[in-house]
Design a protein around this ligand. Structure first.
Ligand code: 13P
Ligand code: SF4
Length: 350
């Protein structure tokens, strides 16, 4: 990265001192992550967002839904800044508030709404989290999906899982012993979600038809190709991958889990990693004694995570150093109240 920009970021951060707290998700570029005070997976970043209650400014290097959650979980006087407003998430965009309300109306018409506990993946907008909070549900991340689902099934016999069908299916089938037939996919673009009343009544897990545009590109063919080329390879993937990939994998978990698993791996071992490319490249550089490769070379970066680059970070920090708050992410009070209920429920999971 440009040394002049690195120097400007360093100077602006130094000028701000304890006034600013920078959080960075593991998918961020190296040029950005070097300035993070804390790095983490989505769970760790949600938990640590409130770790510096004295800092008036929180610069969130990640995507929009993470910055919203940080705003909800931090004190009122703290202002959260997202260096580029275009850093969204295509998965989060696959569930809109109106679509989810409409889905709930269908569940009421079919007569099962009272049996359903909504669970939303962190990767959803604040108003979806608020919807879930209003209906007694919980937020989950890839590191606690099983515990969140076990909690939900202690409250009701069915779960509506938003918006990532893959995380929902992989957790239910591979970690909780559900059958594939226990899961049905609700498609928000079809009348009644494309399901019959009977399918609604028989299902235990209603999966929203959403996916991550990066992780869904890994396929069983990606796994087969690597296994044939590198016979002793360990396959390590994120649970946002398709079921066909996750069943073939040796290790499955969140970005934080992926980092820890590789750190503990013996020298000389081979690893094909199915997650975002910035993280895989960083891991390959961190572990030159291990053979770390990308699960599929045709898959690329998360384009929205990559929107946060050094120029945007410099702009955000220099603006704050002048006392000017740019790109503030602020969730309205009522939405924040109910979304916080669902987030607090996640943070309270055993
Ligand atoms: P985790 O960091 O929680 O594993 O989530 C990955 C992700 O897709 C964030 O957008
Ligand atoms: Fe969204 Fe996938 Fe990018 Fe994560 S990696 S921010 S889920 S599009």
């Amino acid at each position: 990265s440009d040394p002049a920009l690195v120097e400007r970021a360093r100077a602006a951060k130094a000028a701000l001192g304890d006034q600013v707290f920078v959080l960075g998700h593991h998918y961020q570029r190296d040029e950005v992550i070097q300035f993070a005070d804390v790095t983490g997976d989505s769970f760790k970043l949600a938990r640590d967002a409130a770790a510096r209650p004295q800092a008036p400014y929180i610069v969130f290097c990640g995507v929009h839904f993470m910055a919203e959650s940080a705003d909800i979980l931090t004190a009122d006087h703290q202002q959260v800044v997202l260096p580029d407003m275009a850093a969204g998430c295509s998965m989060a965009d696959m569930a809109t508030f109106d679509q989810v309300e409409e889905c709930w109306e269908v569940l009421e018409e079919v007569g099962i709404a009272d049996d359903v506990v909504p669970v939303t993946y962190m990767n959803s907008s604040a108003d979806i989290k608020a919807f879930v909070g209003r209906h007694g549900g919980v937020v989950c991340t890839s590191s606690n999906a099983r515990r969140a689902l076990e909690w939900a099934y202690s409250k009701g016999s069915k779960v509506l899982f938003l918006p990532d069908q893959h995380l929902g299916r992989n957790t239910a089938v591979l970690e909780m012993g559900f059958s594939l037939d226990d899961c049905v996919v609700y498609d928000p673009h079809r009348p009644e979600g494309g399901l019959t009343p009977r399918q609604f009544r028989d299902a235990r897990m209603l999966l929203w038809r959403g996916h991550c545009s990066v992780h869904a590109r890994f396929t069983k063919a990606s796994v087969d190709e690597i296994r044939s080329r590198v016979p002793d390879v360990n396959i390590l993937v994120h649970p946002e991958c398709r079921h066909e990939v996750v069943v073939e994998a040796d290790y499955v978990g969140s970005t934080e889990y992926i980092i820890k698993t590789l750190a503990a791996a013996p020298a000389g071992s081979s690893w094909a990693v199915g997650t975002e490319l910035n993280l895989v490249r960083r891991l390959a550089n961190m572990h030159p004694d291990k053979n770390v490769m990308f699960l599929d070379r045709t898959v690329c970066f998360c384009s929205t995570m990559n929107r946060i680059d050094l120029p945007h970070l410099v702009w955000a920090l220099e603006s704050l150093a002048k006392g000017e708050v740019v790109n503030r992410i602020q969730v309205d009070e009522e939405t924040a109240h109910y979304a916080k209920a669902a987030l607090d429920q996640m943070l309270a999971l055993p």
